[in-house]
Design a protein around this ligand. Structure first.
Ligand code: NAP
Length: 312
């Protein structure tokens, strides 16, 4: 039996629409409703038949749902929480997919009526694209979903949500919200900040033209541009909502960057080599853990190398 009979998703972009597709694929028979403030998004969701019904308001969408998932940007969580509070059904689980967790707990603290359980979650899965057409059913397969229940959460509700994400193909872990925010600050938030920064620096250069930056991007730059193409609203909110953890990691990063700068200035090849060798081991561990492909150049296709003629 599926853990929920009626699921409401508020926010039908990349993550919300992927969740709808995954539920359809893995839990047929579950009633799916949803709402998005963007009329064009609602139209697309109807056209793609991703839900059983698209409601006219967030409150109408959550009425009678035993699981409500907020898939809106972090800055919109509180407003949505306030709008749905009176309509949440007794016994429902209120969850979300936000990329920062303590901020969601703080935003929703006053929006949970008695008889409703708040169990925040973060599927560590995504792409640099946005909107319902960018979503796909297998997005969460083999990826981690981190649950961050507040200390008073009912363990039965946490287990039910863990079961839900496991059935969608995710691997589930439970963590304290503040610890989640620290871990994600280094594994996700700081890399995005660095990508936004380096792409900005390259486009502001005066001695190197923008055409040259684009032409020679395969030297490494283009891999930063994928990350830096991520949704501006989402990432603005991530940095505003996970400020302390990001600033802490940024301070550590700046010190390590200064150490590399010094090694380059003083010709300390040994220090550079040691650092690069350790980094390579991290890449190997990520591939070994099944979190990325081991294929060269992220598995991009390359033209066949022409056969060499003997003696040529
Ligand atoms: P998205 O594709 O931009 O979709 C978000 C949708 O929510 C948009 O259609 C947006 O409409 C709508 N929305 C905004 N405010 C709303 C409100 N008050 N009521 C109803 N709908 C509202 O973004 P996403 O990538 O799916 O991200 C959604 C959440 O998932 C965020 O909290 C993010 O931190 C989290 N997350 C994202 C990723 C990722 O890689 N993208 C990964 C894991 C978790 P407008 O366009 O009109 O604002």
């Amino acid at each position: 039996m599926t853990p929920f009979a009626r699921i409401a998703i508020i926010g039908l972009g990349l993550i919300g629409s992927s969740l709808a597709r995954a539920v359809r694929a893995r839990m047929p028979g579950v009633a799916l409703t949803g709402f998005d403030r963007d009329g064009a998004v609602c139209e697309t969701v109807r056209r793609l038949s991703l839900l059983d019904s698209v409601a006219g308001s967030p409150a109408a969408a959550v009425a009678g749902a035993d699981l409500v998932v907020l898939a809106v940007p972090l800055g919109a969580m509180r407003a949505v929480g306030e709008a749905i509070r009176p309509a949440l059904a007794e016994g429902a689980i209120l969850s979300d997919v936000g990329s920062s967790k303590q901020a969601v707990i703080d935003a929703l603290a006053d929006c949970v009526p008695p008889g409703v359980q708040l169990v925040p979650a973060h599927p560590v899965a995504g792409t640099e694209q946005s909107g319902p057409e960018a979503g796909f059913a297998s997005l969460f397969m083999g990826r981690w979903c981190i649950l961050t229940p507040p200390p008073a959460a009912d363990p039965a509700a946490v287990a039910r949500l863990a079961d839900f994400w496991t059935r969608l193909g995710s691997r589930v872990e439970t963590m304290d919200a503040r610890h989640h925010d620290l871990v994600l600050a280094i594994t996700s938030h700081l890399p995005h900040l660095i990508a936004y920064s380096i792409v900005g620096t390259a486009s502001d250069l005066e001695d190197v033209t923008k055409a040259e930056v684009i032409k020679y991007s395969a030297g490494g730059f283009r891999d930063f541009t994928r990350i830096a193409a991520s949704d501006p609203t989402m990432w603005r909110d991530v940095f505003l909502m996970n400020r302390d953890a990001v600033l802490e990691m940024l301070a550590r990063f700046s010190e390590d960057l200064a150490a590399l700068q010094r090694a380059i200035r003083w010709g300390d090849g040994e220090a550079l080599f040691r650092r690069f060798e350790a980094s390579r081991a991290i890449r190997r561990a990520i591939v070994d853990a099944g979190q990325d492909t081991g294929a060269a150049d992220f598995g991009r296709s390359h033209p066949e190398t022409p056969a060499t003629t003997p003696g040529a």
